[in-house]
Every structure is written in C-alpha cells, then in structure tokens.
Design a protein around this ligand. Structure first.
Ligand code: PMP
Length: 427
C-alpha cells in the first residue's frame, strides 16, 4: 500500500517549487505510483490501461524485469561518465545498435535526450556540408533547444527567440494537406525552398517518419524518397528523427524510415531506446562522424554505463518477446477496430498511423474538418474514469495519440476501443 503524500500535497509542492510551465492531463490529475507492463496504478491501487506510454516510449512495458535487472546490476558495479575511461557497456550497446541500422550507419554518439540528439545531428550536418540552411516540415517536433526549436514547426512549442537557418516545408499531410496523398507534389516545395530561401546548397533535411507530437501524421506516400533526392542534389544530408517512430513501434519495420524505402545519412533516437531511461543517440556514417574530431566534444552522461546497459536490455527484450511482430499484429487489429468506430461516430474525422503508433482525429464537422477541441477533452476524461489513459496532440489538440507499450494485447485493444466507443456515445 502507498503511504506517500496525497495528490493534494503533491499539488501544493508542485505549485510552490516546480516550474509553472509543467503541464498535466485531466482536471484531477492522476498520482501514478507504480507501473507494470501496459498498466499504471494510482495511490489507491486503481489500475489503468496505459495507451500512451509512448510519451516516454516504454516499448518493453513499465518496469520490465529484464530492463530493471540490467539497470540494477550495472548500478551496483559502476555508474560514471563515459569520458576519460573505458567501460564495456557503451561499446557493447553501440555494436548492438549499429547492427539494427542499414548501410554504413554504424557510428554512434550517445546523448541524454531527443533534443540533444537532434541538436548534434543538425550541427554535424552543418559541419559536414559547410552550409547552414536546414529544411524541416511544418507541424514537426524535433526538440526545444536553440537549434531544434528552430526545426520544430508549431507555434505552440516555439518561443520568440533567435532560431536561425531552418526553413519549413509544406507538410505532406494526407488529411489536411493541399495535395492530399500525392507525396511528390509536396516534395516540390522542398525544391522551391532551396531555390528561393537558400543559396541553392543546404546542410540537411530533417523529418519524422510519422509525426508524433504533430498528431500522428503519416507522410504522404512517395514524399520522403522524393524529398531525400532533392536534398541530396543540393548537397544536403538527410536526417531521420526516429525518437517516436523507431524501435519497432511501427510494427512493419524496426525504423519508421524503412517504411518509406529510404536510407538516411543520420538517424536520431531517444525515448524508446531506453524504455523510459534518459538516453538518446545519433547514428551516422564514419565519414560524417569524423567532423566531431575537429574540436573536443563530449557529453558527461551521454552513453553512461547504466543507461547503455538498459538500452542493450531493451534490444534483447524486443527480440526475445517479438515486440515488433506484436506491434504489427495488435496495431493492425486495433486500427481496423478504430476504423469501424469511425463508421459509428460522426465525430471521428480520421483514423491513421501504423503499428502501435495510431491517431484518431476528432472533428465537429467532417467536411470542414473543424477541430473538436472541447469534445476530445470530455472523451478523454470519460476514458480515464473507465480506466484507460490515452494521449492527445496535433496542432489543434484534437487528435488522440495511441502509443501504448508494445506488449499491448488484442484484449487490451478491444477494451480500449469499447471504452472509447462508450465515452463517445455519451457526448
Ligand atoms: N523528436 C521527436 C520526434 C519527439 O517527439 C521529441 C519529444 N517529444 C523530441 C525529438 C525531443 O525529445 P526530448 O523530449 O527527449 O528532448
């Protein structure tokens, strides 16, 4: 039984001692005290089905015993910085991670977060090409430091401070975009940006394979391969941000970019890499990696023994428990059930995504696609009352983000859809 401070006491401390920028879900937030696989438990012992572990991308499940064991064992023998001395954990994990990537993508630099990984990727591309201009997509989320906030392209997440050298291309959004699902048409905007906003040469193009924070937007088919070839013609590198779509989440592939038939020059990752442990990585080719030797460059905790031991355990669990296959099978089943739900509830404008990275967009008018910003909150509260936690995102905040731990079962999927159905029937 839980004997810690009550929700009200935590509330008081947060108000006084934590940054007012910290936001939370639900009118009455949940005090989560324990997690086990796809479940979270509050202080009264009440169980919730967690369909949004993707916020930290707990791919293996909360407190997965193998990952916990790896963390505990490594903590008992050593936790330290990775600079100055040798330790096997970082080298073993780098080797295992590189084996999951195609082509010559085999040199790893570890960070502590997705923002750090993307900052580093952007800098490496700039150093390698000698150019400054980077193109990212409107509606993207890539982080919140100086460079990455520039690459992030939603006003909700941008402060009015200098963010130089990033241009935002038309988002190849099949639901709201002007060219529908015609990926090649959208890619022409990348060419236009190069012609009219840059010197004609660029450092990089950066994008997610499926936009997460942006509301589970799958890039229109054919877009990524066209954009990559346009960028490469302008001397730029292609950066794949796999912070959300990577690590087996899309089911059909281990990496999101593989679903688009492209091979990037730099891949960034975080979240799912550590099953909730702070860890990020940039993986690139030996030639590009070489740029960092021009100066001294280090990251005190990037790739530390405890985090890399956890990351290595995550790869083993994904393999052992066939989580990629599960994401594909359960994700496809869940998507089908959500599509049937769309036939029943007028408020559902779109169902999309791949594997266990799914989105349900709510609109008050299907033709006008008016975002159902208020209604989504009501449905979300009702679902919580029935024991199901789901995420929310998109520029208008009207898209359910369904990114559960990859151990989610068909029974969980059924329960999830039944609860969503019931909650929608009541509004
Ligand atoms: N890239 C993507 C696609 C993300 O979703 C996020 C976080 N939501 C980031 C980068 C930044 O990661 P972090 O919060 O670990 O800095």
């Amino acid at each position: 039984p839980y004997s810690g401070p009550s929700l009200d006491e935590i509330f008081k401390k947060r108000k006084e001692f934590l940054s007012p920028s910290m936001f939370y879900f639900y009118k009455k937030p949940i005090n989560v005290v324990h997690g086990k696989m796809q479940y979270l438990f509050d202080e009264s012992g009440r169980r919730y089905l967690d369909a949004f572990g993707g916020i930290a991308t707990v791919n293996c499940g909360h407190c997965h015993p193998d990952v916990v064991e790896a963390i505990v064992n490594q903590t008992k023998s050593l936790q330290h910085s990775t600079i100055l001395y040798f330790n096997h954990a970082i080298a073993d994990f780098a080797e295992a991670l590189a084996s999951k990537l195609p082509g010559n993508l085999k040199v790893v630099f570890f960070t502590n977060s997705g923002t750090e990984a993307n900052e580093l990727a952007m800098m490496m591309a700039r150093l390698y090409t000698g150019c400054h201009d980077i193109i990212s997509l409107r509606n993207a989320y890539h982080g919140n430091a100086a460079g990455t906030m520039g690459a992030t392209a939603q006003s909700n997440w941008k402060f009015n401070v200098i963010q130089s050298g990033v241009h935002h291309a038309l988002n190849p959004d099949p639901y709201r975009g002007v060219f529908g699902s015609d990926g090649k048409q959208y890619a022409k905007d990348v060419q236009d940006l190069i012609h009219f906003s840059t010197s004609g040469r660029v450092a990089a193009f950066m994008s997610e394979a499926i936009q997460g924070v942006g509301g589970i937007i799958e890039l229109a088919p054919g877009y990524l391969s066209s954009a990559y070839s346009i960028i490469r013609d302008a001397g730029g590198l292609c950066i794949a941000d796999e912070v959300q779509a990577g690590f087996a989440r899309t089911g059909s592939h281990f990496w999101g970019f593989e679903g688009h038939g492209v091979v990037p020059d730099i891949v960034t990752m975080a979240k799912g890499i550590g099953n909730g442990i702070p860890l990020g990585a940039v993986v690139t080719t030996p030639e590009i990696a070489e740029v960092l030797t021009r100066r001294s460059y280090f990251n005190t905790f990037g790739g530390n023994p405890v985090c890399t031991a956890a990351g290595h355990a995550v790869l083993r669990v994904i393999e052992k428990e066939k989580l990629q296959e599960n994401a594909h099978v359960v994700g496809s089943y869940l998507k089908e059930r959500l599509i049937s739900l769309k036939n029943k509830h007028e408020i559902i404008g779109d169902v999309r995504g791949r594997g266990l990275m799914l989105g349900v967009e709510l609109v008050t008018d299907r033709k006008l696609k008016t975002p159902a910003k208020v209604e989504i909150l009501l449905v979300m509260e009702r679902m919580k009352d029935m024991g199901v936690l789901v995420g929310k995102g998109g520029f208008f905040g009207n898209v359910f983000r369904i990114t559960p731990p990859l151990c989610f079962t068909k029974e969980d999927a059924d329960f999830f859809v039944d609860v969503m159905d019931h909650a929608m029937s009541k509004i």
